[in-house]
Design a protein around this ligand. Structure first.
Ligand code: SF4
Length: 575
């Protein structure tokens, strides 16, 4: 049975935690019995997702982003000092708790945090002081300055998809006039490839699902963008949501699905109300629900399920597990979701941007899309530009744009390095700034993070390595243990205790983790270290204690006391 969104386990746990500030043993029993789920499953899910807590949180619950673009942990420390609390703890009076979260998708808004689930941005020491006062005065969030919570789109360059919001129902009307087969052919001839990063052919994915055996099929919109430095889906869901809904309905018409889901990342819960309202409007005007556009048999609806702080749920099979009310552990593939996805049924999982692009293609035709981009990468790519530049925000470019052109247009100066595609992507230096954003060159799901010469790049790599160790789901040993070994190795190098031997160890561990891990997270987790060692070896070498191996255990020093006790100082004293 499909869980109804209102009764979805993630929603039930969230609702309970909102009221009681944590999830108790009793709550787990109650929820398990109400939802008719095994208690062990509810407990495992509670432990798996970082936004659920087993100990009481404060009435003001703050999570500071640890991202290199929207995080600044010195501000966390400053607030902790003002409030007399340690990071990771709840204050004795229960008023406030302070913790950390991975990137919260506010990278164009400066240092940010989540307070009771709401993003609060543009943090500086002055704002931190005011936050401390408001918390101590127990001022309700509704009375805090509204502009602190106002989130802008920051669109600096619009092209095919962002020029103007799509007219509701436009794509569906074209499909009805021309037929579902013709719509699929348009998508095929457009050469649309998935915008999540992997670049699989969208038409092929839809075709496979359409032809798979099974009575019910599903469309899932993956709105769990958790890659640090990515926030383009936030903007699409804020100002172009209709294009995304339209893309889902279009896909449903082509593959014959009756139900769609949007899996929205927990950090974007604040968008839920407006998205639900937009869905309700579509139902009212006959663009969702039964007999869409008055067509007999065209029944399709969309429900939203909100995640709870697990980066791994951006992986499509982990996302499906999460939709099925389980821990977000990636599945073994094959079978692929197109034949056995949600509830074991044929399922299309597409990125937010892919669905919006598909709707545009059906309306404007394949040439509209093919005319932009490169031979192997048609159309445009929406980039989330953040870091050291004058104009962070959203830039939509035809594929093929060079890194240097982007840097020029966003006002970046003295750029030391750019991280393309987030920590799992590529870290490049100036010698590669003439390369292009394209599947055949530098592919990206959208993250474009800029680091100028004032940044300690080794600490950036350290941050990315910590991110993967934190986000590993723990399902397979190479990733669970390996990402922690990589983190420990970077801890040692960055603290100035590393040796050349440690760099060799980092390389060997990186190769093993990448080769042996079960899913993309583990495969790509060593990328920051590998790219760093390849393109910026001097940064690592400059931080080494010395070039020789430094054993963890000093045998001579340990035996010194024994030598003194036995009055021996000869060469064979060790034996
Ligand atoms: Fe989980 Fe990492 Fe293994 Fe992927 S590679 S299944 S994230 S432990």
């Amino acid at each position: 049975m499909n869980p109804k969104p209102s009764e979805h386990l993630l929603h039930a746990l969230h609702a309970h935690q909102q009221q009681h500030r944590f999830v108790s043993d009793q709550a787990i029993c109650d929820i398990a019995s109400r939802l008719n789920l095994p208690r062990a499953q509810v407990e495992a899910v509670t432990e798996f997702y970082s936004f659920f807590h087993r100990n009481p949180r404060g009435r003001f619950d703050l999570l500071f982003s640890t991202c290199t673009s929207c995080g600044d942990l010195s501000l966390q420390q400053a607030l902790c000092e003002k409030l007399g609390i340690n990071a990771g703890e709840t204050r004795g009076d229960g008023l406030v708790s302070i913790g950390e979260a991975s990137c919260i998708g506010m990278c164009d808004h400066g240092a940010s945090l989540l307070i009771n689930g709401l993003p609060l941005h543009s943090l500086d020491s002055e704002r931190i002081g005011k936050i401390a006062e408001l918390i101590e005065a127990e001022t309700a969030l509704e009375a805090w300055p509204a502009e602190w919570f106002k989130i802008d789109d920051h669109i600096h360059r619009a092209d095919l998809l962002l020029q103007e919001p799509l007219e509701s129902g436009a794509a569906l009307r074209v499909v009805e006039a021309e037929g579902a087969d013709a719509a699929l052919e348009k998508i095929r001839f457009s050469d649309l490839r998935g915008r999540g990063g992997a670049g699989f052919s969208t038409a092929q994915k839809w075709q496979f699902c359409r032809e798979a055996e099974g009575e019910s099929r599903y469309v899932i919109c993956n709105a769990d963008e958790g890659e640090p430095g990515t926030f383009k889906d936030r903007v699409l869901l804020t100002s172009y949501a209709d294009a995304v809904f339209e893309g889902m309905a279009l896909c449903a018409r082509i593959i014959n699905a009756k139900q769609g889901y949007i899996y929205l990342r927990g950090e974007y819960r604040y968008l839920l109300e407006s998205l639900e309202a937009a869905l309700a409007t579509r139902r009212e005007v006959g663009l969702l629900g039964s007999s869409i556009l008055g067509i007999d048999g065209f029944d399709f609806d969309i429900a939203i399920v909100v995640g709870a702080g697990a980066y791994i749920c951006g992986e499509e099979s982990a996302l499906i597990e999460s939709l099925e009310e389980k821990c977000g552990n990636p599945r073994i593939r094959p079978p692929f979701p197109v034949t056995s996805g949600y509830m074991g049924k044929p399922t299309v999982v597409n990125n937010v941007e892919t669905l919006a692009a598909a709707a545009g293609i059906v309306i404007h035709g394949e040439r509209w899309f093919r005319g932009a981009g490169t031979w192997q990468s048609r159309g445009t790519k929406i980039l989330s530009v953040s870091g050291d530049c004058a104009k962070p925000g959203i830039y939509e470019y035809p594929f093929g744009i060079t890194i240097q052109d982007i840097l020029n247009q966003c006002g970046a100066e003295n750029t030391q390095a750019v991280q393309i595609g987030g920590p799992s992507g590529s870290l490049i230096g100036p010698s590669k700034f003439d390369h292009h954003i394209a599947f055949e060159d530098l592919a990206t799901g959208g993250s474009f993070m800029i680091f100028d010469s004032s940044r300690d790049l080794l600490e950036i790599i350290h941050n990315f390595t910590n991110f993967f160790a934190h986000e590993s789901c723990g399902f397979c040993t190479p990733c669970r243990v390996g990402t922690t070994l990589l983190k420990n190795g970077m801890d040692k190098v960055c603290s100035g205790h590393g040796t050349a031997h440690d760099l060799d160890e980092l390389k060997a561990t990186a190769a093993l983790v990448s080769r042996r891990s079960h899913c993309g997270l583990g495969v790509t987790a060593p990328n920051p270290i590998r790219d760093g060692l390849k393109h910026f070896p001097e940064l690592f070498e400059a931080r080494l204690l010395h070039q020789e191996m430094e054993p963890e255990f000093n045998l001579d020093a340990s035996l010194e006391e024994a030598r003194q006790l036995t009055h021996r100082d000869d060469a064979e004293a060790h034996l």
